[in-house]
Design a protein around this ligand. Structure first.
Ligand SMILES: Nc1ncnc2c1ncn2[C@@H]1O[C@H](COP(=O)(O)OP(=O)(O)OP(=O)(O)O)[C@@H](O)[C@H]1O
Ligand code: SF4
Ligand SMILES: [Mg+2]
Length: 374
């Protein structure tokens, strides 16, 4: 399936197309060798602890989730909740020598945490790409934007310079850079913030990854550009069948284009389910607060935002029991113990000691419109 979409999408026939098809066929072979129904990514009990002389900080605490093939997973949570550290640890991108990582991250059945740096390098950028929070960290000022993309291509595919340049220009067009033939030779500082973010996304797409991890891909962008970047991600899934993890603070982003949602708080998963389940019947008091802070416009009136009381929690002060307890208006004695993730029905799970029928009574009445992905 992936090979055929490749060839309808690449407009210039020739060896670049054939080369891309070879990459896809190899991936397809790997995938078909796996049992039906195996998730593309299966993260189990991921824990990341940073040790220092001042003590240990558990930034990620027993996080488990899956990403199915062709699925878009939205990871949401406030600053410091462990979103970036989780994803970077899966790809062994945490460079702190005092970080201790445990758990499994099975990608196509292969545990990424057990691979050598060399083995991971051949997966990163080709089968899994990551768009980092700050686009400038991925761009070297002294090289042109075209150089960055061509490097990605040539690292994983056997392309001549001319082939890589042709494909680079196509990728720039695909991510909506106008006059790509000319702008390919510009330097990053000659691009606006939104355009730089598109270049970083083009780099991530260069080798048609099976999984794209986009860490706050829209945070630094104006609203119009945000919408365009989200649209680009949806097209990536539609055209390439790629799976995508979008990390964000923004429930608006989540509501516009994800299939499933993972809500994180204090380094833990506190709620997970399909987008519809989480938006229509959120089960965790923290998710109630997140949804209460989504602005809604009705006619000329903008609804008042409900803030979550208290300050965001630091990884060094997560309580032993429920991480949200210090800010939760519903806490009671049981909350001194850590609540497990429990399913209400299907795959909709949340970690809270309140009985489900009690949550149905206490849940703030505020329905949230869920946008259909285009
Ligand atoms: N090298 C490190 N040493 C100690 N603590 C760290 C280190 N790196 C990250 N942390 C801590 O881990 C926690 C999780 O960080 P992370 O970057 O994953 O947060 P985040 O959810 O991505 O936040 P944001 O939305 O602001 O990007 C934070 O409290 C952070 O301070
Ligand atoms: S477990 Fe207790 S403190 Fe935590 S969210 Fe539920 S009610 Fe609130
Ligand atoms: Mg982050």
């Amino acid at each position: 399936m992936r090979s055929s979409t490749c060839c309808t999408r690449v407009s210039t026939p020739g060896s670049v197309v054939r080369n891309r098809a070879v990459v896809r066929d190899t991936d397809a072979g790997t995938a078909s060798a796996l049992a039906e129904g195996t998730p593309l990514l299966d993260v189990r009990d991921l824990t990341v602890t940073f040790h220092s002389r001042r003590g240990s900080v558990r930034a990620v605490d027993g996080v488990s989730f899956t990403v199915e093939r062709g699925e878009i997973l939205g990871v949401v949570g406030e600053s410091g909740s462990g979103k970036s550290v989780s994803m970077m640890s899966i790809l062994k991108l945490i460079r702190d020598p005092n970080a201790e990582i445990s758990g499994q991250a099975l990608f196509n059945g292969q545990d990424l945490t057990r691979l050598s740096d060399r083995q991971l390098r051949s997966i990163r950028g080709r089968q899994i790409s990551m768009v980092f929070q700050d686009p400038m960290t991925a761009l070297t000022p002294v090289y042109t934007v075209g150089w960055h993309i061509a490097e990605q291509l040539r690292e994983h595919q056997d392309l001549s310079r001319a082939q890589a340049r042709r494909r680079t220009i196509e990728l720039l067009k695909e991510v909506g850079i106008p006059a790509a033939e000319r702008r390919v030779d510009d330097f990053p500082h000659q691009f606006s913030g939104g355009m730089r973010q598109r270049v970083v996304i083009a780099m991530a797409l260069a080798n048609d990854p099976s999984l794209l991890i986009a860490d706050e891909p829209t945070t630094a962008l104006d609203v119009t550009t945000q919408a365009q970047v989200l649209d680009l991600m949806l097209r990536l899934r539609a055209d390439y069948g790629s799976s995508i993890i979008i990390i964000t603070h923004d429930m608006g982003v989540i509501s516009q284009g994800t299939d499933r949602v993972l809500v994180m708080y204090g380094g833990r998963v506190v709620e997970t389910g399909t987008r519809e389940e989480v938006f229509r019947r959120p089960d965790h008091p923290y998710t109630w607060g997140l949804l209460g802070s989504v602005p809604r416009v009705s006619g000329a009136r903008v609804s008042r935002l409900a803030a979550i009381p208290g300050a965001p929690i630091s990884a060094s002060e997560v309580p032993v029991g429920c991480a949200f307890a210090p800010r939760c208006a519903h806490r009671f004695d049981a909350c001194a113990q850590r609540p497990p993730l429990e399913a209400r029905d299907g795959q909709h799970e949340s970690a809270c000691w309140l009985p489900f029928d009690e949550r149905d009574v206490r849940r703030p009445v505020r329905s949230v419109k869920v946008e259909e992905p285009t």
